[in-house]
Write a protein that binds this ligand. Structure first.
Ligand code: SF4
Ligand code: ZN
Length: 146
C-alpha cells in the first residue's frame, strides 16, 4: 500500500500529528504535505481496503488546507487504492478515475456508506431528496417553452 501522505520520503520530516511550519514562519508552499490534516494519523484509514474508516478519513480531508494539492499530486502520480482529497482513486479495467466520497449535494460530509458495498452519492436521505428536487426543477425549467 502506498505510504501516506506524499511524498513518502518526506513524511518523516513532519512531526507526528501536526504541521512542521517553522516557528514564526510560514510553511514552504512547495512542501504542502507539511500542512496535511492527516499528518501523524494512521495511513490505513486512507486505504481502499479499510472501508469502515473511510468516513473518518474523508472528514479529515474536508478540513485539510492542502486538499487540492494533495489530490492533484496523487492523480499526477497515478496513485490508486487510496483516498486523497476526499476522493477514492481507482485504477480498474475501465480506466483510472476518482470516485467522490464527499456528498454531491452539501459537499460538507462524507457519503453514507451502505452494507451492500456500493458508494452512494449523498450523506443521507435529506441531501439525496434535495439534490433530486433541484435536478427536477432544472429539467422542468429547461423543458418549458419560451
Ligand atoms: S486531503 Fe486528505 S489525504 Fe490529502 S493531505 Fe489532506 S487529509 Fe491527507
Ligand atoms: Zn449532504
Amino acid at each position: 500500500m502506498p505510504v501516506h501522505p506524499r511524498p513518502p520520503g518526506n513524511v518523516a520530516t513532519a512531526p507526528p500529528g501536526g504541521s512542521s511550519a517553522p516557528p514564526g514562519g510560514s510553511p514552504d508552499p512547495g512542501r504542502w504535505w507539511q500542512r496535511a490534516a492527516c499528518a501523524g494519523r494512521n495511513p490505513t484509514w486512507w486505504s481502499s481496503e479499510d472501508r469502515p474508516k473511510w468516513p473518518a478519513a474523508v472528514r479529515l480531508c474536508l478540513t485539510c488546507p492542502v486538499r487540492e494539492s494533495c489530490l492533484a499530486e496523487a492523480v499526477r502520480q497515478h496513485d490508486s487504492g487510496v483516498i486523497r482529497g476526499g476522493m477514492l482513486l481507482v485504477d480498474t479495467s475501465r480506466g483510472y478515475g476518482a470516485v467522490p466520497l464527499i456528498c454531491a449535494n452539501c459537499g460538507r460530509r462524507p457519503v453514507r456508506l451502505t452494507e451492500s458495498g456500493g458508494i452512494p452519492r449523498y450523506c443521507g436521505r435529506t441531501c439525496q431528496a434535495s439534490h433530486q428536487r433541484a435536478a427536477r426543477t432544472l429539467v422542468a425549467a429547461t423543458a418549458r417553452p419560451r
